[in-house]
Design a protein. Structure first.
Length: 173
């Protein structure tokens, strides 16, 4: 099983038993409000089983469980592109609300970027953050991502329009 540690924070492949805590932590509108509508809300154990199955089938792995002090606390993943985007990957993540603002995601993002650049052969990792999500923008900036653009009015979430802030980190930086 692939596992990368940074002290109290680790990213590792999913275990089938993560499904219960994943469903509990993901079933929170404070989490889903910051994610695409494809993230189920409400989030059930059946959703968690389907998601974990998909992650375990992807070889080499691209999506990992985040552990804090040995406990499952959230997810982080890369989504590798294809065609001319084969050397790029989109990063996505969420952490259960009880664990926010302890520096956990900053460590998890650093770990998965190392994996993406070294093991997956990626040269560019990017993402788009909803403009109101200041915490996620801070995480990316602490990890050396550069704000590349603001896509004005790109997001329609919960009946409201907002901007998307686009970030990227390059292997060559
Ligand atoms: C966004 C999220 C990943 C942050 O994870 P985290 O482990 O709490 O992040 P960290 O503790 O590493 O860093 C967060 C930073 O943002 C700051 N922050 C958080 N909310 C903030 C706010 N509303 N305004 C200003 N700063 C804020 C924290 O103080 C911290 O900065 P610091 O290290 O300088 O003190 C987590 O809140 C989460 O999963 N949210 C829901 C899902 C989500 O937003 N996913 C990302 C979609 S792009």
């Amino acid at each position: 099983m692939l596992r990368f540690d940074d002290g109290e924070v680790a990213i590792r492949e999913f275990l089938p038993e993560d499904k219960f805590r994943l469903a509990e932590l993901a079933n929170n509108t404070k989490v889903s409000d910051n994610l695409r509508d494809g993230f189920p809300s409400p989030y059930t154990v059946a959703d968690a089983i389907q998601f974990i199955d998909m992650c375990l089938k992807t070889r080499p792995p691209q999506v990992f469980a985040i552990e804090y002090k040995g406990e499952y606390v959230g997810n982080i993943g890369l989504n590798k592109g294809d065609d001319v985007y084969a050397k790029s990957a989109e990063i996505g993540y969420f952490l259960g609300e009880p664990y926010w603002n302890k520096g956990i995601m900053t460590k998890a993002v650093r770990l998965i970027c190392g994996y993406g650049f070294i093991s997956l052969g990626i040269v560019r990792i990017f993402t788009g953050v909803f403009s109101y999500n200041i915490g996620s923008q801070k995480v990316l900036e602490k990890c050396g991502f550069i704000k590349e653009a603001i896509f004005k009015d790109a997001i329609f979430k919960n009946g409201k329009i907002c901007d998307e802030v686009r970030y990227a980190k390059l292997l060559s930086q």
